[in-house]
Design a protein around this ligand. Structure first.
Ligand code: 1HN
Length: 349
């Protein structure tokens, strides 16, 4: 690929004349916006150790009362994007949120989609459009775009969860905003009971659910049981992985980011093919080694790391006796909708 003309090769009066008319020559920047063979990722392989950040999060609980925070969060920011951008990847935002006993995070709704993966503690809940969702370690709770949500805590010890949002994308689209609300009235029943078992959905004679997000809480006990059953029933399956889906349609549970849980059998090593989308790996339980390009991260309980797109990722269980469970968030639904999704089978030049 030959070199193109540089900006400094153009006469200053010509450049000034262009700028004055809001015009820009393409050729000095063409290689930057269209690099050969493979994108130039800002997203860097990055790792956050939970035991290391936990005291700082608890300290935020002493330094900043809820009234002054609304959401008490330490953002897991990727240095490749600049910390102030609060991005883990191009489309993914990650944050560790702390709620102390008796505290309450007021109701609001916003355009970015959020999910929460519960990390530690008991007795907290999120109410989403009137449905009170208990928060227990490993549970996944959805807060889709436009849904009212507030958090409360009736337990005794601090509760922490990982927030995953598509905020960077929605913000970039100039579509990010919030509406404040009043405390929600809690409904008597939950969708979780209506969608008690996969493969069987409520089917009234007249019509099926038209809700875009019929199920809001995916309890860890059920997801873990599904993984263990899959590992037992299909010992040859390449990856013991389940996707969090809409039980009515089987499609990704959220429109922009995809969510799944993966079990590494004792001693197992698994190489995920490079895909166009970035991904986040969060250790629900166990000890996994995550190799991303030339970086190696040793994940323990509640540790998190992120990988840029177009990069193979190798996961290895460090235990010879216990399974390791990972929660994965990726940008695959977004890439598929945009038509830019790729599984990279051969090495990019
Ligand atoms: C938000 O609404 C929550 O509701 C957490 O818990 C993190 C980060 C950015 C924008 C909105 C929450 C958030 C957020």
């Amino acid at each position: 690929m030959h070199e193109l003309g540089r900006l400094d090769e153009l006469p200053q009066e010509y450049r000034d004349a262009l700028s004055a008319r809001n015009l820009v020559p393409l050729w000095p920047s063409l290689r930057a916006v269209l690099p050969p063979g493979k994108p130039q990722a800002r997203t860097r392989p990055t790792y956050w150790n939970y035991q290391d950040l936990r005291p700082l999060l608890l300290r935020a609980g002493e330094l900043t009362p809820m009234e002054k925070a609304e959401r008490r969060v330490l953002v897991l920011a990727n240095p490749g994007h600049g910390l102030e951008k609060m991005q883990a990847s191009a489309a993914i935002y990650l944050g560790m949120q702390l709620l102390l006993p008796g505290e309450w995070a007021p109701a609001h709704r916003h355009t970015p989609n959020a999910v929460r993966m519960i990390v530690e503690g008991e007795g907290a809940y999120t109410t989403v459009n009137g449905e009170k969702c208990a928060m227990q370690r490993g549970d996944l709770i959805l807060t889709p775009t436009g849904h009212w949500h507030e958090h409360g805590h009736e337990g005794e010890k601090p509760v922490v969860w990982l927030d995953v949002l598509d905020l960077p994308l929605v913000y970039y689209m100039e579509a990010s905003y919030v509406i404040e609300g009043r405390p929600q009235t809690v409904q008597a029943d939950s969708a979780e009971r209506a969608y008690r078992r996969g493969g069987v959905v409520p089917s009234p004679v007249f019509e099926r659910s038209r809700q875009s997000h019929p199920l809001l809480r995916y309890p860890w006990a059920e997801v873990r049981a599904a993984l263990q059953a899959l590992a037992q029933s299909q010992p040859d399956v390449e990856a013991v992985q389940v996707a969090y889906v809409n039980p009515e349609t089987g499609a990704d549970c959220m429109a922009i980011l995809g969510y799944s849980a993966l079990m590494l059998r004792p001693d197992e090593t698994l190489t995920l093919p490079a895909r166009s989308c970035a991904a986040v790996f969060h250790q629900i339980k166990g000890r996994a080694t995550v190799r991303i390009a030339d970086q190696v991260f040793e994940l323990d309980d509640a540790d998190t790391c992120c990988a840029p797109g177009y990069t193979p990722v190798t996961l290895a269980n460090r235990s010879r006796t216990e399974p390791a469970f990972l929660f994965i968030a990726d940008e695959a639904p977004l890439h598929k909708k945009l038509g830019i999704y790729e599984v990279c089978t051969e090495e990019k030049r």
